[in-house]
Design a protein around this ligand. Structure first.
Ligand SMILES: NC(=O)c1ccc[n+]([C@@H]2O[C@H](COP(=O)([O-])OP(=O)(O)OC[C@H]3O[C@@H](n4cnc5c(N)ncnc54)[C@H](O)[C@@H]3O)[C@@H](O)[C@H]2O)c1
Length: 249
């Protein structure tokens, strides 16, 4: 298949459905060799068949699964150019629930540990190759507090902080770019419980293709350490963080 990603090799975690599927499909339909890693084996297998990708079982909360996913991709296709660390869940609880701490531990293991493991595995491979581009799916909840789901908010702030901290480090010497996607509400299963409320409130909801569009903008930016917002009706760009005040002396 020919296209602008011809010859590129990509990994997408959480690629069985939703945003990950949209990005994986966009890359594959433009010529990339794509490997989907997901915990849902049935859906991952059928999605991969539909969009011309490969599927590997990967629970991002398991460190070895991320390492195996990146290694399989390099062994199969000989490179690792684009990695989308996208798998994630909502917790759906806050303090005072019967399962508060269990829910916190679960979401932290997927949304935060999963990104750290995936980034470590990707960078390990990219340092041996010729650089690469890593894009983590954070959220607008990485840039603001989402009171409905404070544990989701923690994990997405963590991803934003990680990208800001490591993004600039690898750019010059190794040509590894690390950026984040920060979408507002997107029409996927993760917002199923809130969708009716959002529709009733006339709150605009993004389509997965909007997020895939911004994903491509990040790839084309050739920058690192940026957290790109995706908001209905606005052209995506890196969020501008305010600098902390300097010492007053
Ligand atoms: N939909 C939104 O409104 C929205 C907004 C901002 C950010 N996000 C983020 O986008 C990412 C994708 O979410 P989505 O909206 O496409 O949801 P989704 O539920 O449609 O897709 C999530 C995918 O991740 C997979 N997954 C879940 N746990 C996993 C694990 N432990 N290991 C591997 N795969 C796992 C699921 O099987 C599924 O295929 C998430 O990180 C989410 O937090 C979503």
């Amino acid at each position: 298949m020919s296209g602008k990603y011809e010859g590129k090799v990509a990994v997408v975690t959480g690629g069985a459905k939703g945003i990950g599927r949209a990005v994986a499909s966009r890359l594959a339909s433009n010529g990339a060799s794509v490997v989907i890693g997901d915990i849902d084996d049935d859906l991952g297998t059928s999605t991969a068949a539909e969009i011309n990708a490969r599927f590997i079982h990967c629970d991002v909360a398991v460190e070895k699964d991320s390492a195996d996913l990146m290694q399989f991709t390099v062994d199969t296709f000989g490179s690792l150019d684009i990695v989308h660390l996208n798998a994630g869940i909502a917790s759906g609880v806050t303090f005072g629930a019967a399962n508060t701490i269990a829910a916190y531990k679960k979401i932290a293991s997927i949304n935060l540990d999963g990104v750290v493991y995936g980034m470590d595995a990707a960078i390990t491979q990219m340092l041996k190759l010729n650089g690469g581009k890593i894009i983590a799916t954070a959220s607008i909840a990485g840039l603001m507090g989402l009171s409905l789901d404070p544990f989701y908010t923690i994990t997405k702030h963590g991803v934003v902080g990680l990208v800001r901290a490591v993004g600039p480090n690898y750019l010059n010497e190794t040509r590894i770019e690390i950026n984040a996607l920060c979408p507002s509400f997107v029409d996927t299963d993760i917002i199923a419980m809130a969708k009716e409320f959002l529709v009733q409130a006339n709150f605009p909801i993004l389509d997965v293709s909007d997020v895939a569009d911004t994903f491509e903008m990040i790839l084309e930016s050739d920058q690192s350490g940026n957290c790109w917002y995706v908001i209905p009706g606005r052209i995506s760009e890196p969020f501008q963080f305010r600098n902390i005040p300097g010492p007053s002396n």
